[in-house]
Ligand binder design. Structure first.
Ligand code: ATP
Length: 695
């Protein structure tokens, strides 16, 4: 009998509601570098700025976390009653067993008295389990309710955060706020609090009764318990370290597996199968070694832990026995029986409390991060007196706009231009020149540091973001489709659109036949991120999404992907229809779009260096003309490479589907007339950096 031995029968039925493995096994933290084998370049690297997995207890965080139980006050209060009852029930069971042994059994009384004692114990045990049932059930329900609310709050908060937040925050971090951090909080609410209270209560009740029976023996118990706690924490720390290494190797393994599958085309294309298989085999072996090491350590430490607990019981037995035998003290032997049962009740929570303490530190770290996210204020919001935009004619003005993602490093300088209603503005410039940044400001994803952006004369600072976005359509280069059907994806543009309006949008874009010829027509599933559709089909769905929104202002980042000739022609036609009659801003990759634009803005290092129509700019023979020349040269070089390798050329379609020869005046000296391929546009704009935040 001892803390580790009888605990299964009496004391440790106070289990955490969530039995998801030891904290060591769920911990994620840095591992000892020694244990990690050298990895090839394809192996995912460790996240060096890993977040701490523990934090000291903090009353402010605990109070805030508990405030989330307020809506469930009744449930929470019943739980406290259960906790209170259980703190008494477990010592009462121990005491009853002692009383039956010491009384009717040791006194050789009638069997009926033993039977009465046994029945009493049965009743007590039954009522204990009923309370236990409600304690577990209510704790689970409360934990789930709190985490449900917290996750909702985080998600709603994220929806309101501006693009600047997403561009500076790693996506993995955001996800772990909602997943692992919330899980740690759930454990904190449903387990740590109540299990700890039951444990502490049970220890206090047992201590009081032991004190009543024999204060001298109790002093020994009281002196032993801190030693037990320290030994327990020491062993736990060792195990925790071993399991962290296991966790680390396991995450490497899964990350490598995921990356290998995602990059299987590159692997096969570059004949890396052997190398990757070897890397995976090494990682697997390393992980296996770590698991075995941890298991061996557990095999050594757990028996030692049990032994240390049992040694204390041996010490108690010696001291207690001496006190019974010593004629000067002559303690009754029966009291020793009570004492041992109660000592067991007193000792058994120590291990559980050690575990809960570690869980509490993990929950604190999670709480701090979750609350920090919830407290993160958007850098800017609608002004308190912001008004809704009336239906727009579509005039957009940039007046002396300067802007930097980091205010100390401006990327746009003094930008001035006006787009009249219905005009199409093409943005052209080398990579990093500021095209996406202009688009980000039009979409009001960011706020200019100085100057103003106006819509029909209304300053962007005075209007509500929603009223602007309702009149704006955005089609990005990397078309984002959500899992669902084509129809559902189109309807994202305007959720109230009827089936007929969705269909009409496709008819207007002259591509209804392409969609209806799919296996389930508009009800075809697009797959994850649209993976089951071709690039061209995805673009058309995004055009239709913008079309159905009927925006007055359209922002378009033209795709650079090479697609087949026929589809490209369809897309060109659809695009012209989508842009017609709307004020549009296009980061242009096709000469046709630039040619048709009312105004071309040529950007360099955040400044507009040339402006005018395509013809005017070509005639000027300035930066624009030079860009077009590079445009053409790039196309030829890439095509030549493909021919040399005798591979299917990315430009095969480009030579036929794009706009025909460049004007003679901008052709590269000595080269034949070139065509412009979307895929090789040197001045092409890529996806605005915020569209794929912190990927
Ligand atoms: N989210 C961001 N945070 C900080 N700096 C950024 C961010 N996005 C862009 N920049 C910087 O702003 C400058 C202008 O970038 P921008 O994306 O507007 O250029 P771009 O002309 O659209 O380039 P590309 O054609 O390559 O897409 C660049 O120096 C870039 O490094």
């Amino acid at each position: 009998m001892g803390p580790g031995t009888t605990s299964n029968t009496i004391a440790s039925s106070e289990l955490p509601a969530s039995s998801k493995g030891t904290p060591e096994k769920t911990a994620v933290a840095s591992a000892s570098e020694r244990a990690i084998p050298k990895l090839s370049i394809t192996a995912p690297r460790r996240d060096d700025d890993r977040e701490p997995d523990k934090r000291p207890l903090d009353l402010r965080l605990i109070t805030r976390l508990l405030s989330y139980t307020r809506p469930y006050a009744f449930k929470r209060n019943v739980l406290f009653v259960c906790v209170f009852l259980r703190a008494f029930q477990l010592p009462a069971i121990a005491w009853t067993i002692g009383a039956v042994i010491e009384g009717p059994i040791a006194g050789h009384a009638e069997f009926s008295s033993i039977l009465a004692g046994a029945l009493g114990l049965l009743l007590l045990a039954g009522s204990t389990q009923v309370v236990f049932h409600f304690r577990q059930r209510l704790a689970l329900e409360l934990g789930e309710a709190v985490i449900h609310d917290l996750r909702n709050a985080i998600f709603a908060h994220l929806q309101r955060m501006p693009m600047s937040f997403f561009s500076k925050t790693k996506i993995g971090r955001i996800i772990s706020r909602v997943t692992s951090d919330c899980e740690a909080l759930r454990v904190g609410v449903q387990d740590v609090l109540f299990v700890t209270l039951v444990g502490v209560g049970q220890m206090m009740v047992a201590a009081s009764v032991m004190l009543y029976y024999d204060w001298a023996m109790f002093s020994v118990v009281a002196a032993i318990s801190p030693v037990l706690w320290v030994v327990n924490q020491y062993f736990r720390k060792q195990l925790s370290g071993a399991y962290r290494v296991v966790q680390e190797s396991f995450s490497r393994l899964t990350a490598t597996l995921a990356e290998s599958i995602a990059g299987i085309r590159v692997t096969q294309g570059f004949v890396r199968e052997e190398l990757n298989t070897k890397l995976f085999r090494d990682l697997l072996a390393w992980h296996g070694e770590n698991v075995v090491k941890a298991a061996r350590m557990e095999g050594r430490l757990l028996p030692l832990l049990e032994l240390s607990s049992q040694s204390f019981i041996v010490a108690l037995l010696l001291i207690g026995g001496y006190r019974v035998l010593d004629p000067d003290i002559a303690k009754p032997a029966g009291e020793l029986i009570y004492f041992f049962f109660l000592a067991n009740i007193f000792f058994s929570p120590i291990q559980i409390l050690g575990n809960q303490y570690n869980q509490a530190l993990t929950a604190m770290a999670g709480a701090e991060r979750v609350f920090a996210l919830l407290d993160e204020k958007p850098e800017w919001e609608d002004a308190p007196d912001a008004h809704d935009l009336p239906p727009l004619a579509g005039k957009v003005e940039f007046q002396g706009v300067s802007f930097g993602y980091d205010p100390a490093r401006p990327v746009l300088h003094d930008i001035d231009f006006t787009a009249e209603p219905g005009q199409s503005i093409a943005l052209v410039g080398r990579t990093g020149s500021g095209k996406s940044s202009i688009i980000n400001l039009i979409a009001r994803f960011y706020r200019p540091q100085s100057g103003d952006v106006k819509f029909d004369g209304h300053s962007t600072r005075e209007i509500t973001g929603d009223s602007l976005h309702h009149q704006m359509g955005i089609v990005l280069q990397q078309n984002f489709l959500f899992t669902g059907t084509i129809r559902e994806n189109i309807r994202l543009g305007r959720p109230s659109a009827t089936d007929e309006e969705v269909r009409q949008a496709l008819v207007d874009l002259d591509c209804i036949d392409l969609m209806e010829s799919l296996p389930s027509g508009l009800d075809t599933q697009v797959g994850e991120r649209g993976a089951q559709l071709s690039l061209g089909q995805r673009q058309l769905v995004c055009f239709a999404r913008a079309m159905v929104a009927q925006p007055r202002i359209l922002i378009l980042d033209e795709a650079t992907s090479s697609i087949d000739t026929l589809t490209e022609l369809r897309i060109q036609r659809s695009l012209a229809k989508l842009l017609a009659g709307r004020t549009s801003f296009v980061v242009a990759h096709r000469l046709s779009t630039i040619r048709d634009a009312s105004l071309v803005l040529v950007l360099e290092q955040g400044k507009i260096i040339e402006r005018g129509t395509h013809d005017q700019l070509v005639a000027k023979r300035g930066e624009y003309a030079s860009l077009l020349a590079q445009f053409a040269r790039g196309a030829q070089i890439v095509e030549a490479l493909h021919i040399e390798r005798n591979q299917p050329t990315m430009l095969e379609s480009a030579t036929t589907h794009v706009e025909g020869p460049l004007p003679q005046e901008v052709q590269t000296a000595g080269s034949p007339p070139a065509t412009i391929a979307p895929s090789v546009t040197p001045a092409a704009m890529t996806e605005p950096s915020d569209a794929n935040p912190s990927a």
